[in-house]
Ligand binder design. Structure first.
Ligand code: BES
Ligand code: ZN
Ligand code: ZN
Length: 489
């Protein structure tokens, strides 16, 4: 689908060309492009300001039916994300115009003052991700994705970065899988069915996978996880995926919260807060999306992905506020709010992972708290960690892929807020404030000495409206960051 080419742009056998330009600096060398741009600037007063677009039909001396100049704004302000956004927008426009194929004129990377690999890679990401449509549930498909997206570069760059196309496609495919799972409605992704969807992808990817049934989870004494599933007629599952590299020196466990619908349980969510809770399995989607593409990327590390899957529903069988349950590691938890369910399924999965795999590093991703969205908004995830190096690596990987992660504190003295009069710990803080922190401290009580990071993705996992390279719905947040991180860990 993505392709690196190095053709004389005048002779390119593609109908539609996309040419990104800056407002204050020439970033192309090709004389055809330079001449066209001059014309655009003089005749149509085109400036190349951010998001400004001008279209030429059948320009002289080329084979193009259409050329779109897209403004990037001032040269000093252009960055990797700006290029992703530009590429995503260009693809959306082309989809709307019913084009089949487009070619990007990649700016001269020396003139751009950016690493060539970055310029090419991020344009490919924006274009590939922006070309995805989730229309499975529409009888009439209004739009079709582009069949081919080419990137025109010099022959040297084409040779040097020949492998970049398939690597970018692979990673982004992981993101798209996660997006689709998150956007799928809860009636079609009960824990049983979601586990089957994951298993199907892992078979394709040749990842060893075990799906634990409810019976097996009972035998393992995962009392916290089972207490969340108790109110639903849909039985829980836990999926364990294993990837090994022969030269691995480290073992990493990834755990993803997989609540296929979070009604809140008997502490039923009120007002609008129940809307969109099909997305409460986005952590599991990010972990499984990563595991689905990891063999093709073959990082030199062993990775175990674990996704506890439950549906949180109210019923006569549901767990009551005040109930006390026993976790997999033996600690008791007083469940003072059935809507604080994510932490319950996570700690059983995490202590199981610690005991079974003794990992060097454990990372969990979870749509854990509304409080984290209050703190950081809808585009930034919160990172809570007992290990400075690990959290720095996560923040750096997130900056690279623009899946932004911001480190948050884990103050010891807040632990007392999670005390229970009757059990070892409460799942609810005694304070209204700092809910993202107290949730993370609850998890910390179960991780022991393992280097651990918790990423609260409640904000960025879902988008109500389309953004330049992501449709409305699941965003697949975390997959590209994790793929990047696993290469540096
Ligand atoms: N799934 C929610 C968190 C959430 C909120 C995700 C908004 C995405 C958007 C979680 O299970 C939850 O309900 N958390 C409660 C915890 C509280 C009861 C301590 C919350 O954040 O209000
Ligand atoms: Zn909840
Ligand atoms: Zn939840």
């Amino acid at each position: 689908m993505l392709e690196l080419t190095s053709v004389d742009i005048k002779k390119a056998p593609v109908a539609v060309a996309i040419i990104p330009v800056c407002s204050d600096k020439l970033i192309h060398e090709d004389p055809t492009i330079v001449a066209l741009l001059k014309k655009a600037k003089s005749a149509d007063n085109f400036k190349g300001e951010k998001d400004e677009v001008i279209t030429f039909f059948n320009p002289e001396n080329t084979k193009f039916k259409k050329v779109l100049f897209i403004g990037l704004g001032e040269h000093k302000d252009v960055n990797a994300e700006g290029l992703r956004v530009m590429a995503g927008k260009a693809v959306s426009e082309a989809i709307k115009a019913k084009n089949n194929e487009i070619i990007f004129a990649v700016p001269d990377t020396i003139k751009m003052k950016m690493e060539p690999v970055t310029v090419i890679e991020v344009m490919m990401e924006g274009a590939f991700l922006g070309n995805h449509l989730f229309d499975q549930y529409k009888k009439e498909k209004k739009n079709t994705p582009l069949k081919k997206i080419s990137f025109n570069v010099t022959p040297d760059l084409r040779k040097k970065y020949a492998g970049l196309t398939s690597k970018t496609e692979t990673i982004c495919q992981g993101t798209l899988l996660a997006r689709e799972w998150v956007s799928t409605p809860s009636n079609d992704k009960t824990p049983v069915r979601f586990a089957a969807m994951i298993k199907k992808q892992m078979l394709k990817a040749k990842i060893k996978t075990t799906v634990f049934t409810e019976k097996q989870l009972i035998r393992k004494k995962m009392g916290a996880l089972l207490s969340v599933a108790a109110g639903s007629k849909n039985s829980p599952r836990m999926v364990v995926m294993e990837y090994n590299h022969p030269k691995a020196k480290k073992k990493v466990v990834l755990v993803g919260k997989g609540v296929t619908f979070d009604s809140g349980g008997l502490n039923l969510k009120v007002g609008g807060s129940i809307d969109g809770m099909k997305m409460d399995m986005a952590g599991a989607a990010a972990v499984a999306g990563t595991m689905a593409v990891i063999s093709k990327l073959s990082p030199k590390v062993n990775v175990i992905g674990i996704t506890p899957l439950v549906e949180n529903m109210p019923s006569g069988e549901a767990t009551r506020p005040g109930d006390i349950v026993k976790t997999y590691d033996g600690k008791t938890v007083e469940i003072n709010n059935t809507d604080a369910e994510g932490r319950l399924i996570l700690v059983d999965a995490m202590s199981y992972a610690n005991k079974t795999y003794k990992p060097d590093i454990m990372i969990d991703l979870a749509t854990l708290t509304g409080a984290c969205v209050v703190a950081l908004g809808e585009k930034i995830a919160g990172v809570f960690s007992n290990n400075d190096t690990l959290s720095e690596k996560i923040v750096a990987a997130g900056n690279k892929t623009h899946e932004r992660c911001w480190r948050m504190p884990l103050p010891d003295d807040y632990k007392e807020l999670m005390k229970s009069d009757f059990a070892d710990i409460s799942n609810l803080s005694s304070s209204r404030w700092g809910g993202a922190i107290t949730a993370a401290l609850f998890l910390k009580a179960f991780v022991g000495d393992t280097g651990w990071a918790h990423i609260d993705i409640a904000g960025p996992a879902y988008a109500l409206k389309r953004t330049p390279y992501c449709g409305a719905g699941g965003t697949g947040f975390g997959v590209r960051m994790l793929c990047n991180l696993l290469e540096t860990i």
